[in-house]
Structure formats: structure tokens, C-alpha cells
Design a protein around this ligand. Structure first.
Ligand code: PLP
Length: 444
């Protein structure tokens, strides 16, 4: 390719030009094969190049690709909302479609604030979230994100929302032992609500399994149940950000199901379309919409491309594919297989400190010393060197924050398409081991 006018994430890096993809593999313009060990940004849940989806795209494109949501609804959008309501057993009879996960979490935040306005409590408008969290890059979503590196540049124009610690048992922020801590990190929510004042807190938002900000930090049993109880006690809405964890990624359709917790609002993105189109959703429980229906009736949100018929038809085809092929169940089984393999590597290599996660959302934290959990120096850019080397060896991995305050550590996410076979997992592990050997030789 000649001169580029495209603004890329890192301006002075040359990115390979992609040619095509099939299943868990991607191929660049030179024919080099990449095993997609992280589904792009934990997105390509059903793999690349699925023909059923391409057919659905063409069918809808031949009917109509765009209508404006303030003038028309469409069969595709209506069907997708009904499908999501069915899949969630009627817990979320309402769906609001947007274009990115950031918009979905920001919509959730605004709906929560509006809910309290409609109920005559406009001062109940603060959001609580956790340090070591990521809810999106737009300013509202970033305000809710406890991701120091992503916040830093914009600190002065962000709300100072995050308030409580993450359930990071590997490096407990309170230096407690997970067997005897009494879920102190969940109890922090109660203290935070009391400090801010129940009458000022609209909602609490959390990722069921922490993605980019913590490399698949998975809470102990009882944690989410406790958070939900605290929310109920203080009339605070509970928002589950399932943009990364939703649609089967952790082995259940929604990751909240692992703990039997029903959030008031759920956000979806990424796997909602498996990357076949930009679409995300905010799923809303009935009481919230009823409050608006009996109040102003107007939702002050939405975008030109919200509920786009083409995107909705594609997403519907992806969800039909997910259910037809029992993809979430497969992710649970394949996840156990992959996690066991990663545990074998953990035993072999002194620099692997922790393996964590659920289903096919798995994280690896690197340490200088397994016993003391001492992280590598920040300037060694461990995460980046591993990812770069992996790419050279035809393996894609996803970077994640880790360590104290989510800043000092090095970690990656392994999250291949949920359709991956055991043979392909073996190949992923083979490539990863080659990377680790070469990395240790070069950098340790
Ligand atoms: N929420 C979570 C949990 C995410 O992982 C992400 C993206 O990584 C987002 C929100 C933001 O989604 P998007 O990048 O589509 O705006």
C-alpha cells in the first residue's frame, strides 16, 4: 500500500493490511495467517466469515439499509428486541440500540438518571463504579471507568465517579485473604453510598468479569449477590456492563447468570454482532420504562444510526447462530480445556503469576517473582513485547491493565472465538509457548 491518510491507534506503527478471515483465522495481504486468540477486541465471538451472516446482510440490504428512528421502526429492530427479551426470559422486555459499547453504557447511565427524575428525585444523579473497570471511551462512559491510564489525559473534564475497589483477589487492594475477608470490597459499596448520600446516587455499574482494566478479574462467589443486596437496600439501580462478557463469552448468555443476579440494566456490544456490524444495546427492565411511560414519555438519547435495520438484521442472524449452535455451552467446555492448558504453562514458567477468568474470557498476569508477585518494571513494556512477538508468530492476544491500581502490572487476555475447537486450542497453546520461550530468551 502507498501513502496512508488513515489515523491509526499508534501513528508511527505499520499495521498489516487484512485480506480475509475464516473461522478462528485471519489472513493479511501477504497471505500470513493469524490465529485470532482474542477475537479482535474480544468481539468476533462466532469466528470470521460465517456465510449465514453474510446472507442475512445481503437480504436486509436488498430491502432497506437505513431508516431514521424518529420516523420509522423496522422489522429487523423489532425482531432483535424481541429476541433479546426472549433470550433473557422476559427480564429485559426493552432494548435500546446504539452503535458502540461506550454509547450503550452512557445510555444506561442516562436512563438511570432519568428514572429518578421521573420519580421526582432529580438530585439522585451520581453513578458509583469501581477502580479497575472500563466502560467506554466517550466522556460519560470514561467518567465511570476506573482505568487510570485511559482517564489521565482527560482528568479535568471527567466526573470523578469510581468509588470502590475491584474484587482483585490476586492482589487484594485491602491486603486481605479471600478466605476470610468477608467480601470487604463489596461492603465498600455500602460505605460509598452512605458517604455520598443515598439521595444522590442513581446507579452502580460493574463488569461481571473485568476485561481491559484487569485481565479477566473474576469475583468470588457471593460478591455480586452482596452488591445487588446493597443496591436494593439503598434504592440504587444496578447496571451490569456486559459489553465484553455478554452473549456467551463466559459460558452463559449473560455473565451475571453465574451468580444468579438480575441487574436493572444490562449493556451489550462486541459479541452482540460478533463484529459483523457496529451495534450495541442497552437492555432495560420494565419498572424503569414504566416510570418514563408514566412520566415524560421521552428518551433524550439515541443517535442517527440507532436501531439501524441493517445492523439489527445482522445482529439477529448472529444471535440465531449462537442459539442454534449452543455457542455459550461450547464456550464453557472449551474454556475449561483452554484454562487447564494455561495452568500447565503457569506451572512451567516462573513469570506467569496468575491465570484467571471464566469461559473463554481468560487472563494471564506476568510477574517478576511468583512468590512475592513483584511486577516487572513499567518501562519494560512487558505486555507490548509479548503481544508484538505473538503477532510475529501469527497469534493475536489482547492487552490488559493489571497490578496495583491497575497500573503497575503486565497482563494479557486470551479470548478466542467461542467456536474454537480443541485442536485449534492446541495450536493456540503451541504458538503461545513458542512466543513465551522466545520472549524469555530475549527479555529476561
Ligand atoms: N464496556 C466494556 C466492558 C468494554 O470492554 C468496552 C470495550 O472494550 C466498552 C464498554 C466500550 O465499548 P466500545 O469500544 O464498543 O465503545
Amino acid at each position: 500500500m502507498g501513502k496512508s491518510s488513515l489515523i491509526k491507534p499508534v501513528l508511527d506503527v505499520e499495521y498489516p493490511v487484512i485480506s480475509h478471515g475464516k473461522g478462528v483465522f485471519l489472513y493479511d495481504a501477504f497471505g500470513k495467517e493469524y490465529l485470532d486468540g482474542c477475537s479482535g477486541a474480544v468481539t468476533a465471538n462466532i469466528g470470521h466469515g460465517v456465510e449465514e451472516i453474510t446472507k442475512a446482510m445481503i437480504e436486509q440490504a436488498e430491502k432497506v439499509s437505513f431508516v431514521y428512528r424518529s420516523q420509522f421502526t423496522s422489522e429487523a429492530a423489532e425482531q432483535l428486541a424481541l429476541k433479546l427479551s426472549d433470550l433473557t426470559h422476559g427480564d429485559y422486555p426493552w432494548s435500546f440500540f446504539v452503535n458502540s459499547g461506550s454509547e450503550a453504557t452512557e445510555t444506561a447511565m442516562k436512563l438511570a438518571i432519568q428514572y429518578w427524575q421521573e420519580r421526582g428525585k432529580p438530585q439522585k444523579n451520581r453513578i458509583i463504579s469501581r477502580w479497575m473497570s472500563y466502560h467506554g471511551i466517550t466522556l460519560g462512559a470514561l467518567s465511570m471507568s476506573g482505568h487510570p491510564v485511559r482517564r489521565e489525559r482527560f482528568t479535568e473534564i471527567l466526573e470523578s465517579y469510581p468509588a470502590i475497589s475491584a474484587p482483585y483477589c490476586y492482589r487484594c487492594p485491602m491486603q486481605l485473604d479471600s478466605k476470610s475477608c468477608g467480601l470487604a470490597c463489596a461492603n465498600e459499596l455500602e460505605a460509598a453510598i452512605r458517604r455520598i448520600g443515598e439521595n444522590h446516587v442513581a446507579a452502580f455499574i460493574a463488569e461481571p468479569v473485568i476485561g481491559a482494566a484487569g485481565a479477566a478479574i473474576t469475583p468470588p462467589n457471593g460478591y455480586f449477590q452482596k452488591l445487588k443486596q446493597i443496591c436494593e437496600k439503598y434504592n440504587v439501580l444496578f447496571i451490569a456492563d456486559e459489553v465484553m462478557t455478554g452473549m456467551g463469552r463466559t459460558g452463559k448468555l449473560l455473565a451475571s447468570e453465574h451468580w444468579g443476579v438480575k441487574p436493572d440494566i444490562v449493556t451489550l456490544g462486541k459479541g452482540l454482532s460478533g463484529g459483523y456490524t457496529p451495534i450495541a444495546a442497552t437492555l432495560v427492565s420494565d419498572p424503569i420504562i414504566q416510570a418514563i411511560l408514566h412520566g415524560s414519555k421521552i428518551i433524550m438519547g439515541g443517535h442517527t444510526f440507532s436501531a439501524n435495520p441493517l445492523s439489527c438484521a445482522i445482529s439477529l442472524a448472529v444471535l440465531n447462530y449462537l442459539t442454534k449452535h449452543d455457542i455459550a455451552e461450547h464456550a464453557a467446555t472449551a474454556g475449561v480445556y483452554l484454562k487447564n492448558k494455561l495452568h500447565s504453562l503457569e506451572q512451567k514458567y516462573s513469570f506467569i503469576g496468575d491465570i484467571r477468568g471464566k469461559g473463554l474470557l481468560l487472563g494471564i498476569e506476568f510477574v517478576q517473582n511468583k512468590k512475592t508477585k513483584k511486577p516487572f518494571p513499567l518501562d519494560a513494556s512487558i505486555t507490548n513485547t509479548v503481544i508484538k512477538l505473538a503477532m510475529e508468530h501469527g497469534l493475536l492476544l489482547y492487552p490488559a491493565a493489571a497490578g496495583e491500581e491497575g497500573v503497575t502490572g503486565a497482563a494479557i487476555i486470551v479470548a478466542p472465538p467461542l467456536t474454537i475447537t480443541e485442536k485449534e486450542i492446541d495450536e493456540l497453546i503451541n504458538r503461545f509457548e513458542t512466543v513465551l520461550e522466545e520472549w524469555a530468551e530475549k527479555y529476561l
